[in-house]
Design a protein around this ligand. Structure first.
Ligand code: ARG
Length: 255
C-alpha cells in the first residue's frame, strides 16, 4: 500500500471516530448524564424558584451532590408524581427523587436507594375548624390529596370519606382554602413548609403523625450498579457532614 493511501485511510478512520463520538447525544465533554424525574410541586423538597424558574429544594440539592460524587451531570425533568414509576419502568429516566416514600408495592416495580429522609403524614384543616382534631374525626369527610401518594392511600382507608385527588399538593391546599374539602392529608414537612410560607392564614395541622415514612431515591429494577453507587455516595455525604449541611439549609437544625 502506498504511503498516500495509508494516510488517506488513517484520516478516514479518524473522521469516523469523531463522527461516532458525536452521536452519543447524552455525553457532554465526557460527562455521563443522569436523567432525574421529579414532580416539583413539593416544597421544600422540589419546587420551581419563582424568579429564576430553576428547580430547587432539598431533593434537588441532594441529587446534584450525589451526581457530582458519582461523576454524572444531573438533568431534572418535570413530571406528574403518578407518572414517575412508569417512566422509570419504561427507561425514560434513570432515577427519581421526589420525596417518594419507600413502600412494598412500589419496591416490586423499582429499586430504592437507602432511606435518605424520615417523614410522615399529617392532617391539615382550616383554622376555624374545631371539630376535626385528628384523623379519627375524618369519617365521612371530604379529603383532598395528591394523586398516587401515600396520603391518598391513607385517605381511602377512612370510612365513608369522599377523597378528592389532585395532580399536586398545592392544588389540594387550594381546595381546602376554597372550602371544597374539609381536610388535606399530606407529608408533614411539606404541609409545615406550606403553613410557614403563609398558608397558616387559612390552615393548621391537627393530631399526630399518621404513619412514619422514609423517602428513597427510586431507580429502574435493573439498575443494580447505579443503586450501589447511589448508596455509597449517600453514605459518604452523611459521613462528611454534607448531608447535615443540606438538611439545615432547608429544615433548620435537627432536633
Ligand atoms: N411521600 C409521598 C408518597 O410517596 C408523597 C410524595 C409526593 N412527591 C412529590 N414530589 N409530589 O407518596
Amino acid at each position: 500500500m502506498s504511503k498516500k493511501w495509508l494516510s488517506v485511510m488513517v484520516l478516514a478512520m479518524f473522521m469516523l471516530t469523531l463522527g461516532l463520538a458525536g452521536c452519543g447525544g447524552d455525553k457532554q465533554q465526557g460527562k455521563k448524564v443522569l436523567k432525574i424525574g421529579t414532580d416539583p410541586g413539593f416544597a421544600p423538597f422540589e419546587f420551581q424558584d419563582e424568579k429564576s424558574k430553576e428547580y430547587v429544594g432539598f431533593d434537588i440539592d441532594l441529587i446534584k451532590a450525589l451526581g457530582t460524587k458519582m461523576g454524572y451531570e444531573v438533568q431534572i425533568q418535570n413530571m406528574n408524581f403518578d407518572g414517575l414509576i412508569p417512566a422509570l419502568e419504561a427507561g425514560n429516566i434513570d432515577a427519581t427523587v421526589a420525596g417518594m416514600t419507600i413502600k412494598e408495592e412500589r419496591a416490586k416495580k423499582v429499586l430504592f436507594s437507602k432511606p435518605y429522609y424520615q417523614s410522615g403524614l399529617i392532617v391539615a384543616v382550616k383554622n376555624d375548624n374545631n371539630t376535626i382534631k385528628s384523623v379519627k374525626d375524618l369519617e365521612g369527610k371530604r379529603i383532598a390529596v395528591q394523586i398516587g401518594t401515600t396520603g391518598a392511600d391513607a385517605a381511602k382507608k377512612i370510612p365513608n370519606a369522599v377523597v378528592r385527588e389532585f395532580n399536586n399538593a398545592p392544588e389540594a391546599f387550594m381546595e381546602l382554602k376554597a372550602g371544597g374539602a374539609d381536610a388535606v392529608i399530606n407529608d408533614k414537612p411539606v404541609t409545615a413548609y406550606y403553613l410557614k410560607q403563609g398558608g397558616d392564614k387559612d390552615a393548621k395541622m391537627v393530631g399526630d403523625v399518621l404513619q412514619a415514612e422514609e423517602y428513597g431515591i427510586a431507580m429502574n429494577k435493573k439498575s443494580t450498579e447505579l443503586k450501589t453507587k447511589m448508596d455509597k455516595a449517600l453514605d459518604e455525604m452523611k459521613a462528611s457532614g454534607e448531608y447535615d449541611k443540606l438538611y439545615e439549609k432547608w429544615f433548620g437544625k435537627k432536633q
